[in-house]
Design a protein around this ligand. Structure first.
Ligand code: AGP
Length: 609
């Protein structure tokens, strides 16, 4: 969590830093601040509690000339969201300013030792320790001071620092937290993520863990923790700035819901060759390796975990081997019985989620092969894995995952099918028919988006209900889970996602006429069972909103509202049925006046365990 930015170049830094922070605000919005090195060598710092609107107001009355600076938008870990805990943090002398993302795990001891040596702390944060450590080691070389300071640090960090005694230099480093450099003629940007500078350059340079970056009059230099220098090539990113703008929509979340057709199309584009055969870009698994697999373990958190449930079902169906699905934040803390012969599939939009990264590392250490499915190019998880398969959903700014979820699910079909083909457990006829129908899904998604107005009406009716139950069976089950997560995270309404068959084992006790049940009941192999469940719900007087297949009057007759999706294959319904549930959560949250792009207490990426 937390977004950090840095800039050095010929332009005024203040507005560039603020614009960068705006684009990273999804990473945290408890407080924000910027610091600019003035032409007469002073550090001008401004900080404000709350989101960037508050900082903007303070900045209005503040002239901050200078062409080098750093900025931060915070998701609080250590220390309440107060102004004194907002970044940038300064050392005792006020010469050095730092911004930090991550957690300094040994900060209590470091802080104690630094205090004993005379340092005075002005905040409750772990981050401030870094400013004091740099101060202790500073002998005129800022990068060297950072390198020495970081050698005492345990934990994760992306840190950027400026010093008024080195007015033309900006330094930074990372370990298990992202930091990327944007390069334009005569200018450098440093940030937690590419969208911070995407309007200015697409030329990027990804730092690796434990590398120190120094950008000064001689250009850019990278040194390792042992002091030696490394060379690194830059790369071009494919994202364009429109994908990081609202583009006329009221919120990023709504825009991203409506972008799903394109996101899925783009995601599928590099999973097939020109003859239409599956060719998974990024997966380098031979037939022999696939046949020798003992089992597959899918690990992920949150929405990505729900895509993982679908992955399990598809891999079992077509790969015919044992598949386990694991919540990453539980997985890596156990004594794992993982070994060579296991394939771990890690799913993550950001590629930064600390628990999923830790799971990837733990599994690889035990000899498993790791394939990650990631949206953000250059992210840590990709680099920690044996293979990386990209979703190409473009930047997702809304904190609630929408288009990246459908893109993750879309990847699972060719992935599970290709593993099945390599193992000889699925026929090419089945593969062809599923893949043909998969390609028709993006246009069917567009049909579903057409009834946004209907969903809004239903949302209006149920906006004041304090509890919701979401039910689905088989391929509807992960969608029930995801629908409930969407509702709770953006509208703050309590919602449970449940496998429909489990309802009778407990949750049915919650039902009465004030608890709406959202049922995924498309025409598939569990349709009759879902109708039974709906009848059981109706018998308890709970109102039912069902996601059904177009033309299904049987369900329409017994439910308060239905959202019809076009007919497709049973396995592919999840790509369609989740859309009305995303819209339902969105409209309920809007009726309640919630900020859907920045839900309270959440951050887009959870980089702490
Ligand atoms: C989804 O709406 C949430 N914001 C959250 O559950 C998210 O899916 C989870 O934190 C995992 O993130 P990742 O996909 O970037 O790893």
């Amino acid at each position: 969590m937390c977004g950090i930015v840095g800039y050095t170049g010929g332009k005024q830094a203040k507005s560039i830093l603020f614009e960068g922070l705006r684009r990273l605000e999804y990473r945290g919005y408890d407080s924000a601040g910027i610091c600019v090195v003035s032409p007469d060598g002073e550090l001008d710092c401004v900080r404000a509690v709350g989101n960037l609107d508050n900082l903007e107001k303070v900045l209005e009355g503040f002239d901050m000339p200078g062409t080098l600076g750093i900025g931060h938008t915070r998701w609080a870990t250590h220390g309440a969201p107060t102004e004194s805990n907002a970044h940038p943090h300064l050392d005792c002398s006020g010469d050095i300013a730092i911004v930090h993302n991550g957690i300094i795990e040994n900060f209590t001891r470091l802080r104690h030792e630094l205090s004993e040596r005379g340092h005075t702390f002005k905040s409750d944060t772990d981050s401030e320790t870094l400013a004091h450590l740099i101060e202790e080691h500073y002998r005129g070389d800022l990068a060297e001071a950072l390198r020495k300071g970081l050698s005492q640090v345990e934990g994760s960090f992306a840190v950027v620092a400026a010093c008024r005694k080195n007015p033309g230099e900006i330094v930074g480093a990372r370990r298990n937290s992202p930091l990327v450099v944007g390069i334009a003629p005569g200018e450098y940007y440093v940030a937690s993520a590419v969208p911070a500078f995407l309007s200015r350059t697409r030329t990027v340079l990804f730092l690796d863990d434990d590398e120190i970056l120094s950008i000064g009059s001689e250009g850019l230099k990278i040194i390792l923790m042992d002091g030696s220098e490394v060379q690194r090539d830059s790369a071009e990113v494919g994202w364009d700035i429109d994908s990081a703008e609202k583009g006329g929509y009221e919120d990023f979340m709504l825009k991203e819901i409506f972008e799903q057709k394109k996101a899925v199309e783009d995601t599928l584009a590099d999973k097939f060759n020109s003859r239409g055969e599956i060719e998974m870009e990024g997966l380098d698994l031979s037939g022999e390796e696939a046949r020798n697999l003992r089992r597959i373990i899918v690990v992920a958190c949150g929405t990505s975990y729900h895509a993982g449930i679908l992955a399990k079902f598809l891999l079992e169906k077509w790969g015919c081997l044992p598949v386990e699905i694991e919540i990453a934040s539980e997985f890596h803390f156990r004594d794992l019985a993982v070994a060579k012969g296991d394939l771990v599939i890690a799913i993550s939009q950001s590629g930064e989620t600390a628990d999923t990264i830790a799971s990837v590392k733990a599994a690889r250490k035990l000899g498993a092969r790791v394939t990650s499915i990631v949206n953000v190019v250059g992210s840590q998880m990709g680099r920690d894995s044996d293979d990386v398969i990209y979703t190409h959903a473009g930047p997702e700014i809304g904190v609630a995952a929408t288009k990246t979820f459908t893109s993750q699910m879309a990847v699972m079909y060719p992935l599970a099918m290709s593993i099945g083909l390599l193992r000889g457990t699925v026929s090419s006829e089945i593969c062809d028919s599923v893949m043909k129908e998969l390609r028709s899904i993006p246009s069917k998604m567009e049909n579903v988006l057409d009834f946004d107005g209907t969903v809004r009406e239903v949302a209006g009716k149920f906006q004041n209900c304090p509890d919701f139950l979401y039910l689905g069976r088989s391929f509807g089950y992960p969608i029930a889970m995801e629908g409930a997560l969407k509702l709770k995270e953006i509208s703050y309404i309590h919602a449970e996602g449940y496998p429909a068959g489990e309802m009778k084992h407990g949750p049915i006790a919650l039902l009465d006429d004030g608890v709406p049940v959202v049922a995924i009941a498309t025409r598939d192999s569990v349709y009759d069972k879902m109708i039974n469940n709906i009848e059981e719900v109706k018998a308890r007087k709970a109102p039912v909103v069902a996601v059904t297949t177009v033309g299904d009057t049987r369900i329409a007759d017994i439910c308060e509202a239905v959202f019809e999706v076009p007919e497709t294959m049973e396995v592919l319904y999840p790509l369609l049925t989740v859309i009305p549930l995303q819209l339902l959560a969105y409209h309920i949250a809007k009726f309640k006046g919630c900020n859907v792009d920045q839900p309270r207490n959440l951050a887009k990426t959870v980089t702490v365990e």
